[in-house]
Design a protein around this ligand. Sequence first.
Ligand code: PMP
Length: 354
Amino acid sequence: MSRYLKENYQALEEYTPGEQPKDTEYIKLNTNESPFPPANEVLNVLKRQDIENLRLYSDPTMSVLKAKLANLYGVKSENIYLSNGSDDILNFAFMAYGHKGAVFPEITYGFYSVFAELHQIEYEAIPLQDDFTVNYKDYLSKNKLIVIANPNAPTGNARPLREIEEIIKSNPDSVVLIDEAYVDFGGESAYPLCEKYDNLLVVRTFSKSRCMAGARLGYAIASKGIISDLEKIKYSTNPYNINRLTATLGEATVDAEDYYKEKCQEIIKVREYTKEKLESLGFEVLPSKANFLFARHKSYDGEKLYLELKARHILVRHFSTDKIKDFNRITIGTKEQMDKMLLALCEILKGENQ
Ligand code: PMP
């Protein structure tokens, strides 16, 4: 840190992304990426012309991609916002709507508290219930920025739409942000409620179910008012925040919706298979509607398990936060990858019993 840094950033504790090691080949089950490549239509869409056109700025209105997404969800283009990954939208939302304070679960996506600190927002982190689920009643009538990941991360638990609606309804004077990064793996989306509630901001990403984490593309669905707030901040920071290549890839991705739906079904099937196998090995596995499982073993230390798997070139995510330190978050890969992981777990657990 230099001595020039503004004082209120000096104590900022940054978000720590999952490891992206370059040293060895790992079975990478630590950052909730898709094990599948983008659809063929996406792989083949870039032409030499697209590369040559990189000398030109991208379209700051993103009108083509917005229209495609609007058509897919049956909303208007004015209800769609696009960004360089959904983290950017979360950041803007804290910046724009956090002035009365923010509320989110204590165990959730670790970036929320970082954004709150970044923008010097006072926040309340509400503990989960004993079964690691969000109690929606804790979020009623707060009239502060409410942020709920649904499904939640890293637990994978999803709340039904009627509970989400109660939260939105009871906080009419503040924005309720529902982070749906993982909704395509079995959750219930809140976006149809955007028509009814102008305080609802639904945030989504192409990083997980649309197999494009590296392209950085996120989007929001909300009332016209909220979308124009986000646009205002975008035009005050970086109007060209989506590059030309990503926009082109994004358009082809929306056109290939059937491929992605099929891949989500495959992930769900492998998730349920893996859950059952883990349980038979003595793990407690939280019910998940996401592309990952959160599991702890009845007798094996969480961090030790993460390290043993890593030594076998399998990466999962371990969090050292006290309440969840017994758990590991395991991204769902292909069936072959999960079988290798399960085999490694058998070995590790057997070693312990000898
Ligand atoms: N929300 C949640 C709950 C996440 O787990 C992630 C991925 N780390 C994001 C948002 C951000 O995803 P991206 O910026 O890749 O769209």
